[in-house]
Ligand binder design. Structure first.
Ligand code: ADP
Length: 449
């Protein structure tokens, strides 16, 4: 096992990884920008290295500085967390070229799955159902029109290099196609430096259901169940739950089989997530995330597996210590992403935390780097805490979640706690009846008064 791991991230996920390392007797190295000198992940780590100024391009995305920090401190492995360099194949390759272990999949798998067109093609070959769409990237408008005609309107234009909902545009009718393609290409070019796009059937009211998988180098593949991440705003997840209230036992088993078979065929190692849209009893693959995800704790809650610990063990060459039959799913879990934002306008709200009192009690987990007196910097993502609640049943989980939200005190900045309180008292949510459009509609209705 490793003696020392460098954590190439910040905020709650850096803390989360530090905790797993600590429990395994592994020393930790935190890296930070000048804006994060007083961050909790820096305070708790055994060592820390400043890797650059506040803008992430010069710090958390600075490959030479991060690799140098690992070498100088004698770390043997790097955990990238999520976001930043976690899905950067070049980074994984450079880490390995320096004789360090990358806690994640191989650079080749990151590369293939990072290109959405290649990922989709790979999944088709692995027997996974996908959203009907163009055969790979589309070239000129003629080709796009032909493809869209075959797929049927409305069509969704997606960027091959896409992520975070960027470069995605809908063409409702044929006369909108040219303009929407131009918009998508421009956004894709600006965000990913690649303007290639492809087309997909635009599903009207799907749910977003994803499967957590974990695989070792010896070829064992296990899934940790599905997560329902349909509550989204601007294609960003707001609240996630496991299991999905929409699936029955047969569908759940089918999803697990589809996912594990595909991962086995790919020869993939470490943790990963297969994302699907689910409509009228059918699953359609949309993308694979080759990293730890923000919402991983809901799967940990229902499976009892520490995903980060397994990631580290796998990267050190150890086989999985359990097989599918050993996983005993129990109860229900919900995660609320709490952002430093106005709960109505969603305007970011960085600033100094005055009071901080997280909820506690049975089945309540808070992953956060906050403390009273800490200043939330304006340079990064606005998520400041995750509240994860587990209960024996969905109803118990929901009652506990409402209680925990009520207890949560964060003052000095605005947060989305009030939004979660409103959401979790809506009858559609209580009844599990929501799709990927539900939250946008709800927010629009609230805004209209
Ligand atoms: P990104 O990588 O940018 O997050 P995804 O492919 O994961 O893009 O899609 C993000 C979200 O966009 C999905 O969770 C879903 O809400 C919506 N979406 C994606 N593909 C489709 C589709 N074919 N039809 C309808 N909605 C879609």
């Amino acid at each position: 096992m490793f003696d020392k791991v460098l954590i190439a991230n910040r905020g709650e996920i850096a803390l989360r990884i530090h905790r797993a390392c600590r429990e395994m007797g592994i020393h930790t190295v935190a890296v930070h920008s000048t804006a994060d000198e007083n961050a909790m992940h820096v305070r708790l780590a055994d060592e820390s290295v400043c890797i650059g100024p506040a803008p992430s391009a010069q710090s958390y995305l600075n490959i030479p500085n991060i690799v140098s920090a690992a070498i100088i401190t004698g770390a043997e492995a790097i955990h990238p967390g999520y976001g930043f360099l976690s899905e950067n194949a070049d980074f994984a390759e450079i880490v390995e070229a320096h004789g360090l272990a990358f806690i994640g999949p191989s650079p080749q798998h990151i590369q293939t799955m990072g290109d959405k067109v290649a990922a989709k093609q790979t999944m088709i070959e692995a027997g996974v159902p996908v959203v009907p769409g163009s055969d790979g990237a589309v070239g000129d408008l003629d080709e796009a029109q032909q493809n869209a005609g075959k797929i049927g309107y409305p069509v969704l234009i997606k960027a091959s290099g896409g992520g975070g909902g960027k470069g995605m545009k809908v063409a409702e009718t044929p006369d909108m196609l040219a303009e929407q393609i131009n918009l998508a290409r421009r956004e894709a070019k600006a965000n990913f430096g690649d303007d290639s796009i492809y087309l997909e059937k635009y599903l009207a009211n799907p749910r977003h259901i994803e499967l957590q998988i974990i695989a070792d180098e010896q070829g064992h593949v296990v899934h940790l169940g599905e997560r329902d991440c349909s509550l989204q705003r601007k294609h960003q997840k707001v609240l996630e739950e496991a299991p999905s209230p929409a699936l029955n036992a047969g569908e759940r088993e089918r999803l697990g089989d589809i996912g594990c078979n595909a991962i086995r065929r790919l020869g993939y190692r470490n943790a990963g997530t297969l994302e699907f849209l689910y409509e009228n009893g059918e699953f359609y693959f949309i993308e694979m995330n080759t990293r730890l995800q923000v919402e991983h704790p809901v799967s940990e809650a229902i499976s009892g597996i520490d995903i980060v610990r397994e990631q580290i063990r796998i990267a050190a060459g150890a086989p999985l210590s359990f097989n599918q039959e050993d996983i005993d799913f129990h109860g229900h879990a919900i995660e609320c992403r709490i952002n430093a934002e106005d709960p109505e306008t969603f305007a970011p709200w960085p600033g100094r935390i005055v009071e901080y009192h997280p909820p506690g009690g049975l089945g309540v987990r808070v992953d956060s780097g906050l403390y009273a007196g800490y200043s939330v910097p304006p340079h990064y993502d606005s998520m400041i805490a995750k509240l994860i609640v587990h209960g024996a049943t969905r109803n118990e989980c929901l009652m506990r979640l409402r209680r925990a939200l009520e207890e949560f005190v964060i003052t000095g900045v605005r947060t989305t706690i009030p939004l979660h309180q409103r959401l979790t008292s809506q009858s559609d949510f209580i009844n599990g009846r929501y799709d990927i459009r539900w939250l946008e509609d709800y927010v629009a209705e609230q805004a209209a008064g």
